[in-house]
Design a protein around this ligand. Structure first.
Ligand code: GDP
Ligand code: MG
Length: 201
């Protein structure tokens, strides 16, 4: 079994997150969980890089299309199309513009259950229905209903890997191995040690 404490996930603060001055707020949310920041960089991604990023997961097109169509139907709204592949093809074009419109901050965070815990506190894709207390639920107000007709992607501040497998592929795409730093954090004893020895004098 892989060392579960070493699980890694990719988080990208999208251009709207940078423009809204939320870098510190977003980093704080992940940092205070106990996760360890092991890589960080800022740059303006190219549109073809964004296409690569969203298609490292071969199932993304179908899953994304089905999710959006369901989100429309759950609100008794008519989706722009009934075909999931067509839906996600339109979304991918919007995403390429959105994600290459300005600087992003890309980070790798490490710790137990990193992928799942980060998804939980990041919140669901559509801010209109993201849970209260999540980053997307607390800091932004977009919906498919207002973004799709104007031809733009839903602005939801953050990308976070959807599975351990995607995280590995995405981290490979965004970072060179030498950019990921192996180091210890003092607090890891408190998070993971079997016995909390050494606290008392
Ligand atoms: P995530 O994993 O929660 O980020 O969601 P996805 O991987 O399914 O989609 C990637 C990103 O595309 C989302 O974070 C949104 O910014 C955007 N997006 C996804 N689906 C739609 C859609 O149907 N319409 C629009 N306008 N944007 C979308
Ligand atoms: Mg995703």
């Amino acid at each position: 079994m892989k060392n579960i404490q070493k699980e890694k996930t990719l988080i990208v603060i999208k251009p709207d997150g940078i423009q809204r001055s939320l870098i510190g707020e977003i980093v704080k949310r992940y940092e205070r969980l106990g996760l360890k920041l092991v890589a960080l960089k800022m740059f303006v991604p190219k549109s073809d890089f964004i296409e690569k990023h969203y298609t490292v997961d071969l199932n993304w097109r179908m899953a994304n299309g089905e999710k959006t169509i369901k989100a429309y139907r759950d609100k008794s709204l008519t989706p722009p199309t009934d075909d999931p592949m067509e839906m996600s093809a339109m979304t991918l074009e919007k995403l390429k513009k959105y994600m290459s419109s300005g600087p992003v901050v890309a980070m790798v965070w490490e710790g137990a259950h990193a992928v799942q815990i980060v998804r939980k506190i990041t919140g669901g894709t559509e801010p209109l229905t993201s849970d209260v207390g999540t980053i997307r639920g607390d800091f932004v107000l977009d919906s498919y209903q207002i973004s799709d007709p104007t031809g733009r992607a839903v602005r939801n501040l953050i990308h976070a890997s959807g599975s351990i497998d995607d995280a590995e592929k995405e981290i490979n795409l965004w970072f060179k191995p030498e950019e990921i730093i192996k180091y210890n954090l003092v607090q890891e004893h408190i998070l993971y040690d079997v016995n909390l020895d050494g606290i008392l004098e």
